[in-house]
Design a protein around this ligand. Sequence first.
Ligand SMILES: [Zn+2]
Length: 42
Amino acid sequence: MNYPRGKCRQCGERLYGHVDGGYQCLNCEQRYPSDEFDTNTR
Ligand SMILES: [Zn+2]
């Protein structure tokens, strides 16, 4: 599920799960790999 997780290092906005995996900041569109943050899904 897409759920807010973590914070963007650039602007501090919340990150959301991306359909392609990993996370994306909706504010500045910075993408992060899923292993950048604590993940308990797998
Ligand atoms: Zn951002």
